[in-house]
Design a protein around this ligand. Structure first.
Ligand SMILES: *Cc1c(COP(=O)(O)O)cnc(C)c1O
Length: 237
């Protein structure tokens, strides 16, 4: 995005930015021969106060995303009265926090290793299996979140064997320095590999503020959009 666009974005209200992104999603869906109602938009509210989440709720948003456990836990507790608001956990999750994350999260997008599957699959979890995505690392940097594609099938098999988890599909973040469309095309291929083992795991969580159009063109069903809707984050880390 050009700095001119960013300045314009900064002057718009939250409602205007939300409407603008919704229109962009509609356009991208139309050019992909899809409809916007098959796409869930998760507004990523990390670093923003609970009051902003409440404003989004008043504007009709029912899916919000957070990437840090402490923050997600505190904000979801503060807004517990908004019973039909779904909290999506999209960041790296420590295994020792998994049980707590189950308490507030409706969906976990970042299941990327065996130890986390084990931690999430508690005995009580089997009664209400947690919807989850297996996060795939689209870079060669092992330090990034996500399972390497070469290790995808064993992790998927483990999730399928976990009574406390309900596999929805695959998730990824487009790497810097690569055309997002090419990265999302690879993700679509990994989604097909997963569906060969788990035909119901059809969903694809991909696309952020700067690349949601490309993600929609490659089949994304769940967009995770922050700044294009919320404006710049108060602090970033
Ligand atoms: C912050 C974040 C987003 C949203 O990023 P924007 O560029 O602000 O749209 C999406 N996915 C994950 C995993 C994130 O951490």
């Amino acid at each position: 995005m050009t700095s001119e666009n960013e300045q314009t974005l900064g002057q718009l209200s939250l409602a205007e930015r939300l409407a603008s992104v919704r229109a962009g999603i509609g356009d991208a869906a139309a050019s992909a021969g899809r409809t916007a109602d098959e796409i869930t938009t998760i507004v990523v509210t990390k670093f923003h106060p609970a009051s902003l989440v409440h404003e989004l709720y008043d504007l009709g948003v029912r899916d919000v995303g957070e990437n840090r456990h402490q923050e997600a836990s505190a904000k979801s507790a503060e807004l517990a009265s908004l019973a039909d608001l779904s909290w999506h956990f999209v960041g790296q999750l420590q295994s020792k926090k998994a049980r707590q994350a189950r308490q507030y999260a409706s969906v976990i997008h970042s299941v990327d290793r065996s130890a986390l599957v084990t931690a999430l699959d508690t005995a009580e979890a089997a009664e209400t299996p947690m919807p989850c995505f297996v996060q795939i690392n689209l870079t060669d940097d092992e330090a990034r979140g996500g399972v390497q594609p070469s290790a995808l099938e064993p992790l998927v098999e483990q999730v399928l064997g976990a009574a406390g988890l309900d596999l929805w599909g695959v998730m990824a973040v487009a790497p810097l320095g690569e055309q997002p469309r090419a990265a999302f095309a690879r993700l679509r291929g990994y989604s097909e590999r997963v569906r060969a083992l788990a035909p119901a795991a059809t969903r694809i969580s991909a696309g952020m503020s700067h690349d949601y159009r490309e993600a929609i063109l490659e089949g994304a069903t769940h967009l995770r959009i922050g700044t294009a809707i919320t404006g710049n984050r108060p602090t970033d880390g």
